[in-house]
Design a protein. Structure first.
Length: 381
């Protein structure tokens, strides 16, 4: 199935954050939303619900857990227990509510920067201290630094917010790394909250490994928080899942307020259930992203040869080092002012990232090329 970028003039009529959040003359490439059309089955389902004025509260939806379990089994050979599958409104809320069953204000939470910026905000919301075990960097290749993680665990960290796979570096963690984390967490009494929202968006060369599929230790210390919202672009519909796979973690999950479940939306839950049946659309979308990640590399080599970019192994976010162009303390400010192109500033993802930008390539080749042209225009101004 072919999944192609929607033309710019139509995108500009969208009401979502990506397309309504900046001036009309700005080309907008931050915010992790996709510029594709939804699978027809999801559009039909939502359209029919609206036509039927079926806009009330979320009721029973057993097939959502079953559909996710079937998808996880087919794609990742991970056997999910649908009895330990809880709903919540979004991944952020799932991470926070689950954390609240574990930490008190002042406790320590570990992250691996550069990492999804809201992991810092979640820790702040929990009034917890962030301990950073930065990713190890070899050129533009990143990997988890197990020694730094162990040092953090030893220093009394209660929770590890693991971004599996990783935004913004596009790293897919290996089985050996995840096994080591599970063993260390068991040894030091740390809980691992694995944010797997990008799990379905992993390219073929490095398979995605769900944390709970790793080992008994992983299941004893870990929780998976995930959603269909990133891979099928359903973020506005509000539905995510908190998954455990051991008695110990299930008991902890039961300590969350019952209201957590009811904060998922009717549309979100039904669209997510349908999404996990839309594997063909996902495969088509991945083919487009695969072309785009390579197209971006060619564009950068031709037009911005000093930019450093490693083709990502997952998701649709390019992590680009533009330090060689000396665009000041916050390069995205100059790029926006002088090039009318909006990108996510690197410093939001961690210290020492001020000269990086994150570019969303879940769009058309025309928009990617135009984005790079605008960066060039800003640099030359
Ligand atoms: C790693 C990661 N987690 C969570 C989210 C946001 O998920 P939600 O809107 O369900 O909170 C994103 C969005 O880009 C993300 O990249």
């Amino acid at each position: 199935m072919k999944v192609e970028g929607v033309p710019l003039e139509i995108l500009r009529t969208r009401l979502s954050e990506k397309w309504s959040g900046s001036a009309p003359d700005v080309l907008t490439l931050p915010v992790a939303e996709m510029d594709f059309e939804l699978p027809q089955e999801i559009r039909d389902l939502l359209g029919a619900m609206v036509q039927n004025s079926d806009t009330g509260y979320l009721g029973k939806i057993d097939h959502l857990g079953r559909n996710f379990a079937a998808f996880a089994s087919d794609r990742w050979n991970w056997k999910v227990d649908t009895e330990q599958f809880l709903l919540c409104s979004d991944v952020g809320m799932g991470m926070i509510e689950m954390s609240r069953t574990i930490v008190q204000p002042g406790d320590k939470v570990l992250v691996n920067s550069p990492v999804y910026l809201n992991m810092f905000n979640w820790a702040k919301e929990l009034k917890c201290e962030v301990v950073d075990a930065p990713m190890r960097k070899d050129g533009m290749r990143y990997s988890l630094d197990l020694a730094a993680i162990e040092a953090g665990y030893k220093a009394g960290v209660k929770i590890h917010f693991l971004c599996n796979p990783q935004n913004p570096t596009g790293t897919v963690h290996t089985r050996a790394e995840l096994e080591a984390i599970a063993d260390l967490a068991e040894q030091y009494g740390v809980y691992v909250l694995s944010d797997e929202i990008h799990g379905p968006i992993v390219f073929a060369e490095e398979p995605f490994i769900p944390f709970l599929s790793i080992s008994d230790n992983a299941r004893n210390v870990g929780v998976c928080v995930t959603a269909a919202s990133k891979a099928w672009n359903l973020a506005g519909l509000k539905c995510a899942f908190i998954i455990t796979q051991s008695e110990r973690m299930s008991e902890l999950a039961k300590m969350m307020p019952r209201s957590v479940r009811f904060r998922a939306s009717l549309f979100g839950a039904h669209a997510a259930a349908k999404a996990f049946e839309c594997g063909e659309w996902l495969d088509g979308m991945m083919e487009t992203l695969d072309r785009n990640r390579k197209f971006l590399q060619v564009q950068l080599e031709e037009k911005l040869p000093l930019a450093k970019y490693q083709i990502p192994s997952c998701t649709y976010l390019a992590w680009i080092d533009i330090s060689a162009y000396n665009l000041g303390e916050t390069p995205t400010v100059k790029l926006l002012e002088d090039g009318k192109v909006a990108l996510t500033p690197g410093h939001l993802f961690g210290p020492e990232c001020t000269q990086f930008v994150r570019l969303n390539f879940a769009t058309s080749e025309e928009i990617i090329a135009e984005g790079i042209d605008r960066m060039v225009a800003a640099i030359n101004k």
